[in-house]
Design a protein around this ligand. Structure first.
Ligand code: MRU
Length: 358
C-alpha cells in the first residue's frame, strides 16, 4: 500500500529549496499553479494569514521553515539572536489561531534550540528540525491512510460512497493528506464507488482544492453544494464521512472546517459513520474540551465578494471558519499512533501517554 500510494503522488504544497521556502499559492488554484517564495519569517506569517498556504499540517510545517528563515536573519544581525528570534516566534504564532499544528511545530523548534550542544551550529540544527517535522508529517499520512482504509474495509468490502469536506489533502499537509490520504488509499484498494466533495463555503476548499486533487488522480468525484448534504445522505447511500482536523481537545472534541459539525449531526441521523483523520500533532491535551479551542473568524469579504466583486447586500457578516464537532458524534479518530474508536478523555490520554509502547 505504502509503495502504491507513493507512486500516485502528484501534488505538493511546500518546497524547501536552496534555503528558501516555496509555497504553492492555494489562492490561485485550480486556475493556475504559481509558486510563492518566502525569504523571511514575516513573509511566511503573511503567507499563512493570507491563505497562500493553509491546512493544519501545512501551516505548522511552513511556520517551522519560517523560523529557520528568521534565525538566518537574526544571526546575520548580531549576537543576541536568541532574544531577537522571539519576535519571529511571536509573528508566526499570531498568523492563525485554530490549528494546533502551528503551535506544536513552533514548540518543536523551541525545544530543539533548547537542546543545542556547545559549539553546535543553530541554523543547521533548526533546518534539520524543520525538515524532520515535514518528513514525519508525510510518514504520518502514510500510516494513517493504512489505518483508515482498514476501517472502511471492515465496514464493507464493496466499493462505497464517501463524503468529505474542506481540504484535508496533499495541499493541507506535508504528504498525501489526512482524510484524503485515507480516501486515496481506499480508491487504490477498490473500495471507492464515488467521493462526494462539499463545495465548502465560503473559501471553497472543497470545489477548488479537494475536487482538483482527486480528479487529478482519477478518483471518481462528485461536487455538491454544502446545503445538499442531508439530501445526499438520504439518497446516495453514503457509508462514511471522512474529514481532517485542525485541533482535537483532550476529550476527543474536534475543531475542523466550518460545516463539519453539521455533517456529523446529519451523519448521526442517517446512520452514516464519521471518521476524523488527524496526526497527533493536531491533538492538544492542554484543552479539556472543544469549548476551549479558539475558533478563527475571518473577514466578511469572504462572504460578500467573489473574486473581489461584491454580490451580497451591504450587511454585517458572521464568518467563523471552524466549528467543533463533539466527540460523541465521532466513530473514530485515526492517528499515526493508532485508531481511537468512539473517542473520549481516557482513550485520548492513553494514546498520548509518553509511556505508550506501540
Ligand atoms: O482554513 P483552512 O483552509 O486552513 O482549513 C483547513 C481545512 O480545510 C481542514 O479542516 C484541514 O486543516 C484538516 S487536514 C490537515
Amino acid at each position: 500500500m505504502r509503495e502504491r500510494l507513493l507512486a500516485t503522488e502528484k501534488v505538493k504544497a511546500i518546497d524547501w529549496r536552496d534555503a528558501r521556502l516555496y509555497l504553492l499559492d492555494q489562492r490561485r488554484l485550480p486556475a493556475e499553479e504559481v509558486w510563492h517564495a518566502c525569504e523571511s519569517a514575516t513573509e511566511v506569517a503573511q503567507a499563512i494569514r493570507a491563505m497562500v498556504v493553509r491546512g493544519a499540517s501545512a501551516i505548522g510545517i511552513s511556520a517551522a521553515y519560517g523560523l529557520v528563515l528568521g534565525l538566518k536573519a537574526r544571526l546575520a544581525e548580531g549576537d543576541d539572536w536568541r532574544a531577537a528570534l522571539e519576535a519571529d516566534f511571536e509573528v508566526l504564532a499570531a498568523s492563525r489561531p485554530t490549528a494546533a499544528n502551528l503551535f506544536w511545530a513552533l514548540e518543536q523548534m523551541r525545544e530543539r534550540l533548547g537542546r543545542l550542544k556547545p559549539g553546535e551550529a543553530p541554523l543547521a540544527a533548526l533546518e534539520a528540525q524543520a525538515i524532520s517535522i515535514h518528513q514525519s508529517d508525510r510518514e504520518a499520512n502514510l500510516t494513517m491512510a493504512q489505518f483508515g482504509v482498514e476501517l472502511i474495509r471492515r465496514y464493507q468490502g464493496n466499493p462505497q460512497n464517501l463524503l468529505t469536506h474542506g481540504n484535508a489533502g496533499a495541499l493541507a499537509t506535508g504528504g498525501f493528506g489526512t482524510a484524503l490520504g485515507v480516501i486515496r488509499a481506499a480508491h487504490l484498494e477498490g473500495l471507492v464507488e464515488c467521493v462526494y466533495v462539499n463545495e465548502t463555503r465560503p473559501w471553497l476548499q472543497g470545489s477548488r482544492l479537494t475536487a482538483w486533487e482527486l480528479a487529478g488522480e482519477e478518483v471518481p468525484v462528485r461536487l455538491g453544494a454544502d446545503s445538499a448534504v442531508a439530501h445526499l445522505m438520504k439518497e446516495r447511500g453514503i457509508t462514511w464521512v471522512v474529514v481532517g482536523a485542525d485541533r482535537v481537545a483532550a476529550n476527543g472534541d474536534v475543531a475542523s472546517k466550518i460545516g463539519t459539525y453539521q455533517l456529523a449531526v446529519l451523519a448521526m441521523h442517517h446512520g452514516v459513520r464519521f471518521m476524523v483523520v488527524a496526526s497527533t500533532s493536531s491533538i492538544d491535551m492542554t484543552l479539556e474540551t472543544g469549548d476551549d479551542i479558539p475558533l478563527e473568524e475571518r473577514a466578511g469579504s469572504e462572504l460578500l465578494e467573489v473574486d473581489g466583486r461584491r454580490f451580497a447586500a451591504d450587511v454585517e457578516v458572521f464568518n467563523p471558519v471552524f466549528d467543533v464537532t463533539p466527540a460523541d458524534l465521532i466513530d473514530a479518530i485515526v492517528t499515526e499512533r493508532g485508531v481511537v474508536d468512539r473517542p473520549g478523555a481516557a482513550k485520548l490520554a492513553a494514546l498520548m501517554s509518553p509511556k505508550r509502547l506501540h
